[in-house]
Design a protein. Structure first.
Length: 207
């Protein structure tokens, strides 16, 4: 399919502790614009932002801490217990994040861009990008990394994995896959190959 001058958008996703951040950093080191929706999700609720004011209006001032910033632990507890509050929160944050992605994408340039979207599969956001790149690894590897990184016990790590999309669901929508079961030292060569591939796709104006 032919494309206009807009950069090719690569949606980077994967399960928790799969290595998404490491892969994103490697693309950034190659000069590729990286747009991280987790970073933008924090930025849109900074003090003074319209989204924060909307959250307070919808859920009350108790979601703020003493400094007037979003009290994330309290907010997580609130929306975990209150489905209607969760829907109101998502109705505010998701459009704000989408606008922030579009604004950053327009100014970032590049032949192609990496859009880091951890919940791409869960939220069925594959239509917002041109290709989906999944960082995949074995479940046991995820648990091992997660328990070491976040000092969790195995039961807690398994609960976190259970709350996400399955490996099969992510792989079902993948155009490209990075298997990250080995050492981080293996990743630069893999990312370099994909970098060349994406540059060629962008040059040809194809997906």
């Amino acid at each position: 399919m032919s494309r206009d001058v807009a950069p090719l958008r690569i949606g980077l996703t994967g399960g928790i502790a799969s290595g998404k951040s490491t892969v994103a950093d490697l693309f950034a080191e190659l000069g590729v614009p990286v747009i991280d929706t987790d970073v933008l999700a924090r930025e849109v609720v900074e003090p003074g932002q319209a989204a924060l004011a909307a959250v307070v209006a919808a859920l009350g001032p108790e979601v703020l801490d003493a400094d007037g910033r979003l009290d994330r632990p309290k907010l997580r507890d609130r929306v975990f217990r209150d489905e209607a509050a969760r829907r109101r929160l998502e109705g505010i944050l998701h459009p704000a994040i989408r606008r922030a992605v579009e604004d950053q994408s327009r100014t970032a340039g590049g032949a192609y861009q990496i859009h880091v979207i951890p919940l791409l599969t869960e939220k069925q956001l594959q239509h917002t990008v041109d290709r989906v790149l999944v960082v995949d690894c074995e479940r046991e590897m995820q648990i091992e990394r997660l328990t070491a990184r976040d000092q969790l016990d195995r039961a807690a790590a398994e609960r976190m994995l259970a709350a996400q999309a399955s490996r099969a669901q992510r792989l079902a929508i993948a155009d490209d896959v990075i298997e990250n079961n080995g050492s981080a030292a293996d990743l630069p060569a893999v990312v370099e190959r994909l970098h060349r591939k994406y540059l060629q796709l962008a040059l040809r104006g194809e997906l």
